[in-house]
Write a protein that binds this ligand. Structure first.
Ligand SMILES: [Zn+2]
Length: 289
């Protein structure tokens, strides 16, 4: 893994990777193929089950739904949802260009983290492309608030991330985590942190057509008196680490890596997207380097 995003060339993967699995919310089995792409292509989804206008670029401006996951939609109304864990893996591994063919509406949830995506990509070599990577350098403080949730971006020499959560459950309560993404620590500290939900919410989610593919195989489920997963947690603070995983994925919808400091407090996909909208609303907020 390349440990710095600075002064390096763009990357893609060296050969296609086939991934199969179930979507967390829609419960649909999907096949997904990651395909190498040329410099400046970016990250694009291609819905192979849709015959025309089936390309959806992974960009903040295409985000159409942020309820429990991030959904992007193109101008013809073709969508792909729950993209954030795959986007997080691509950001963590510094993959700039990738064509993603998918035959259904939702990215497979795998084990609820981005570990499988990271391992599958690391099992093949990356390909360095003959063009420098563009980086978004944050020049001003940008922040967005919603009720008691808060996110901000600030100028900083590296991409560093700082997150706090506070859930009314004795198994989560207050957790905070700070890290700089260096020395391959995305893989060791973040990638295996799983998504989570509460046992008391499962029936309501399912009656609203959500979490239909969810199980103890792909999510940490928090009950009133115990964590339902027999194997327990992967980190003592797995919950806040997963929120960082999500934020890294959502922020990669900026279209390039960010050089700056990110702070999130009790925030999620909705505020992450509002933060990118605020970032790109004023050209003085950033520059490409
Ligand atoms: Zn997540």
């Amino acid at each position: 893994m390349i440990d710095t995003i600075n002064n390096t060339n763009q990357q893609t993967i060296s050969k296609p990777i086939l991934i199969k699995g179930i979507g967390l919310h829609k419960g649909v089995d999907v096949s997904m193929k990651l395909i190498p792409a040329e410099a400046d292509y970016g990250i694009c989804f291609h819905r192979t089950d849709v015959s025309s206008n089936n390309i959806i670029k992974a960009l903040w401006s295409n985000v159409t739904n942020t309820q429990l996951s991030t959904t992007i939609t193109n101008s013809s109304g073709v969508s792909v949802s729950t993209i954030e864990h795959l986007m997080s893996a691509l950001s963590g591994l510094h993959i700039d260009n990738l064509k993603i063919e998918i035959d259904g509406p939702e990215v497979p949830i795998m084990d609820g983290s981005s570990k499988d995506f990271v391992n599958l990509i690391e099992a093949i070599t990356l390909k360095t492309l003959d063009k420098k990577r563009k980086i978004i350098k944050i020049n001003k403080n940008i922040n967005v608030t919603n009720d008691d949730s808060y996110v901000e971006l600030k100028p900083n020499k590296q991409f560093s991330i700082d997150f706090e959560i506070d859930f009314p459950s004795k198994f989560i309560s207050k957790q905070s985590c700070q890290l700089q993404l260096v020395n391959g620590n995305y893989k060791t500290d973040i990638a295996s942190a799983r998504t989570f939900g509460f046992e008391k919410d499962v029936d309501i989610l399912r009656s609203n057509g959500l979490a239909l593919g969810g199980s103890l195989e792909n999510a940490v489920v928090v009950g009133n008196n115990k964590i339902l997963n027999k194997e327990g947690l992967r980190f003592k603070d797995e919950f806040v680490r997963h929120k960082i995983l999500d934020s890294i994925g959502d922020l990669y919808l900026a279209g390039a890596p960010i050089q700056g400091y990110f702070f999130g407090n009790k925030s999620g996909h909705y505020l992450n997207n509002l933060l990118l909208k605020a970032l790109f609303s004023d050209k003085n907020n950033f520059e490409y380097i």
